[in-house]
Design a binder for this molecule. Structure first.
Ligand SMILES: Cc1ncc(COP(=O)(O)O)c(C=O)c1O
Length: 378
């Protein structure tokens, strides 16, 4: 049956929208920006130090080191774990390219592992199969806000004496067996890209760890390898978090648990409304995991047609990520082909992330799910 609502008359529903958040906290943000500008202390000052402490506490670890973005956080964490040219680093093939390009930035080699078909996160059994004598670290990505299965990964890392790194760009605040992401490995990397659950007004990143040794090395690596002023112990980078971003992120951190609950409530509404829709699979959250729904990602074997159907009804969606890394032109030199990582390839053809942000209204969720149900009836 044809829809009675004319799509052209509908207000667009964006896949992500920060305007509601800014309307809520604009005055708080402007106050702290003014405070930093008045202080004229602009890089690695009091705000960064306070934010490092607050975010480490939020993750349940001892140390936080503010850096310029999440990609730098990965590069610096890898170097702090002694990754050098030619080393192999195991990563999932279904992730944002930054997880791999951070490895390339050190002239090391990303080695891909397949993901689990249900959780979309690293499959520990495949990680184990791909370890070689050149493997020097493992990076687990908590995709879409759901923690990876860290216990078996920790076991594999321990057995092979490998550092285990969390790419926690997408799952700040999530938990696994009662422990927060960021505290589940040797070291964890966070991105504050504006669309993240904790987003800056620009770029920012942090590395969190319980190790004082790693913390000390990271502080020198982010500042030209200077162990003390104008004394450089090793080659480093300029990767510093600035005071304005830190001050804004401190404001937002105070709201993060509330926003996280709102995302989870929205996810529950979506899942309830979609549970009986044929051909649609809603996200699965294993027992003992807390998902923070950076993305609410459904599965459909008619994904491309569904995406077009929703676009025609002014409903924004995204695919995170449509091409697994082993099939990216960037990694053609690694010689992979279709069929090498069957789970990642399969899910990459099915996944579709629906509109998701804390302020998303029940009406909009209803409109999205009604459109999906209408598509399913065709
Ligand atoms: C999984 C993952 N890793 C790394 C990054 C890189 O973070 P950034 O954009 O802050 O460099 C991102 C986000 O963009 C990401 O989603």
């Amino acid at each position: 049956m044809a829809s009675t609502t004319q799509p052209s008359a509908l207000e667009p529903i964006h896949q992500f929208d920060l305007s509601g958040q800014y309307a809520q906290i604009g005055p708080e943000i402007r106050e702290v920006v003014e405070r930093v500008l008045a202080s004229q202390q602009l890089v690695l000052g009091k705000e960064v130090a306070a934010f490092e402490k607050e975010l480490a506490e939020f993750c349940g670890v001892a140390h936080g080191v503010g850096v310029a973005n999440g990609t730098d956080a990965l590069i610096l964490a890898l170097r702090a774990c002694n990754i050098y040219a030619g080393d192999e680093v195991l990563i999932p093939t279904l992730t944002f390219v930054a997880t791999a390009s951070a490895v390339n930035a050190l002239a090391a080699k990303p080695v891909f592992a397949d993901v689990d078909r249900i959780t979309l996160n690293l499959d520990p059994a495949d990680v184990r199969r791909r370890i070689t004598p050149r493997t020097k670290a493992i990076i687990a990505v908590h995709l879409h806000g759901l923690p990876a299965d860290m216990d078996p990964l920790r076991e594999i890392a321990k057995e092979h004496k490998l550092p285990l790194i969390e790419d926690n760009a997408q799952a700040i605040g999530a938990s696994y067996k009662k422990r927060y992401t960021g505290s589940l490995a040797d070291i964890a990397c966070i991105s504050f890209y504006p669309t993240k659950n904790l987003g800056a007004a620009g770029d920012g990143g942090m590395i969190v760890t319980n190790s004082l040794e790693l913390d000390t090395r990271l502080r020198t690596l982010r500042n030209h390898g200077q162990a003390s002023r104008y004394v450089s112990a090793e080659p480093g980078w300029n990767s510093r978090l600035d005071e304005i971003q830190a001050a804004i992120l401190r404001v937002k951190l105070r709201h993060l648990r509330t926003w996280q609950k709102a995302r989870q409530t929205n996810a529950t509404k979506y899942s309830n409304l979609l549970s009986a829709v044929p051909g649609i699979r809603t996200p699965f959250v294993p027992e003992g995991y807390e998902h923070v729904f950076h993305q609410y990602t459904i599965r459909s074997d008619r994904r491309d047609a569904l995406q077009k159907f929703l676009t025609d009804r002014k409903i924004g969606t995204q695919i995170y990520y449509p091409i697994p890394l082993h099939l990216q032109p960037l990694y053609a030199n690694l010689g992979h082909k279709r069929g090498d990582f069957p789970n990642a390839e399969h899910v990459a053809d099915e996944i579709l992330s629906l509109p998701m942000y804390p302020e998303l209204s029940a009406d909009k969720i209803e409109r999205v799910t009604s459109a999906i149900a209408e598509f399913a009836r065709q």
